[in-house]
Design a protein around this ligand. Structure first.
Ligand SMILES: Cc1cc2nc3c(=O)[nH]c(=O)nc-3n(C[C@H](O)[C@H](O)[C@H](O)COP(=O)(O)OP(=O)(O)OC[C@H]3O[C@@H](n4cnc5c(N)ncnc54)[C@H](O)[C@@H]3O)c2cc1C
Length: 367
């Protein structure tokens, strides 16, 4: 176990009040509020995380993502992020600064995390949850699930994908633009990651940018009111049991200085989605082709929730109906909260959701 104060899983079945699955922004926020309300680590609740080190998914982000290119990382409760940053925003890597922040946070508030512990499946047994992991079993009265999306990259299916002789990658695999030098790279996607990677890769080699829908650039300011309105749209969807949908489809792409510069360089030349992948590239419905060495799918992620399948939380639509003050409570099982899901899939949202889930679950279980 990495964290110094991690309790040992010495028993065959570890009985606890609440299992928090995942120690990213959402899980740590929930854990902070559980502890703040008097629940002790061990008997009261445990935090499990499959990664070797603190940092949630941030530890896996590509090296060129710095604190000046992220959208902004919201403070966890009780400790400002800025207090733990050494260096200037444009040079500090998100993949080191945020994990360092989380590590300091865990130590500051005594949030001992069991790691690496991968939750394989959660099922109900005799009125409690049985949490099966690769390191033992837990029995709990309630679950706060905070497993994020990083483990579930999404790549849409297109005919011919299997016969492509080049390389297909997902955002998750991206490390550096230099590896693409001399190759033609097709970048698929209209989200913030697609734009950022297009920006970097187009500086070193030839690119073709394709998107399913016309990208919507947002020129005006994006303040708190706009943020709340965007979250409300996603919250409304999950309360109806619909899949959350992508955030950019609601917020649009903010026109930053980097985007202006890309416009000036002529790299924001969006092409519609191709209909087929060939051995050597892509083909559009009108027969036009583009030879390519690499297809980089910046097509997003889905929530990593497979381990909850036995709880049968999903609707026919594929979504999960959510209830509770901030839509963190699974409508089909009020003892299960999902944080960092749907409207709380941002660092600010995860923070608020962690608090709401902790307080509601404690009240519901009478802990
Ligand atoms: C490329 C990219 C850039 C982003 N930039 C920003 C940004 O600038 N600002 C912003 O607000 N949001 C951003 N987001 C969204 C943001 O990352 C999240 O909303 C937030 O950080 C996610 O926190 P989380 O705790 O929900 O998940 P994560 O940080 O993904 O943490 C989930 C944790 O769960 C663990 N886990 C997963 N499955 C299991 C399992 N089965 N058993 C045990 N443990 C498990 C993982 O090891 C991980 O530590 C970005 C997302 C991406 C993909």
């Amino acid at each position: 176990m990495h964290t110094a104060a991690s309790p040992k899983i010495s028993r065959l079945l570890y009985k606890t009040g609440i299992v928090v699955i995942g120690a990213g922004q959402a899980g740590l926020s929930a854990a902070y509020h559980l502890k703040n309300r008097g629940l002790g680590i061990g008997h009261g609740f445990v935090i499990l995380d499959q990664s070797q080190h603190p940092g949630g998914a941030w530890q896996y982000r590509w090296p060129s993502l710095t604190l000046s290119t992220v959208n902004g990382v919201h403070d966890l409760p009780g400790l400002p992020f800025a207090d733990t940053i050494a260096g200037t925003a444009s040079t500090v890597k998100a993949s080191t600064a945020v994990p360092h922040y989380f590590e300091v946070y865990e130590h500051t508030f005594g949030l001992a995390v069991y790691r690496p512990v991968k939750v394989k499946v959660v099922c109900e047994r005799e009125g409690r949850f049985r949490v099966e992991t690769d390191r033992g079993f837990f029995s709990a009265q309630g679950i706060i699930n905070a497993t994020g999306t990083w483990e579930t990259p999404y790549i849409p299916e297109y005919p011919g994908a299997a016969r492509f002789q080049g390389v297909q990658l997902h955002t998750k695999d991206y490390r550096s633009a230099d590896t693409f030098q001399g190759k033609h790279v097709v970048i698929v996607g209209a989200g913030i990651s697609a734009i950022q990677l297009l920006d970097e890769i187009s500086r070193v080699t030839k690119t073709t940018w394709v998107t399913r829908r016309l990208p919507v650039f947002r020129e005006g300011p994006f303040g708190e009111a706009e943020g709340r309105a965007a979250v409300a749209v996603v919250e409304d969807r999950v309360r109806k049991g619909l899949p959350p949908g992508s955030v950019v489809s609601v917020t649009g792409l903010p026109v930053t200085a980097a985007i202006e510069a890309m416009r000036a360089r002529g790299v924001l030349d969006r092409k519609p989605m191709f209909s087929e992948i060939t051995e050597t590239g892509i083909r559009w419905p009108d027969g036009r082709e583009q030879q390519a060495d690499v297809i980089l799918w910046c097509t997003g992620f889905r929530s990593s929730l497979d381990h909850l399948t036995p709880l049968m939380l999903r609707e026919e639509s594929g979504g999960i109906a959510m209830a509770g003050r901030l839509a963190t409570q699974a409508a089909k099982n009020p003892r299960v909260h999902l944080v960092g899901y749907g409207p709380s899939a941002s660092t600010i949202g995860a923070n608020r959701a962690g608090r709401a889930a902790a307080l509601e679950l404690i009240a519901h279980l009478g802990l």
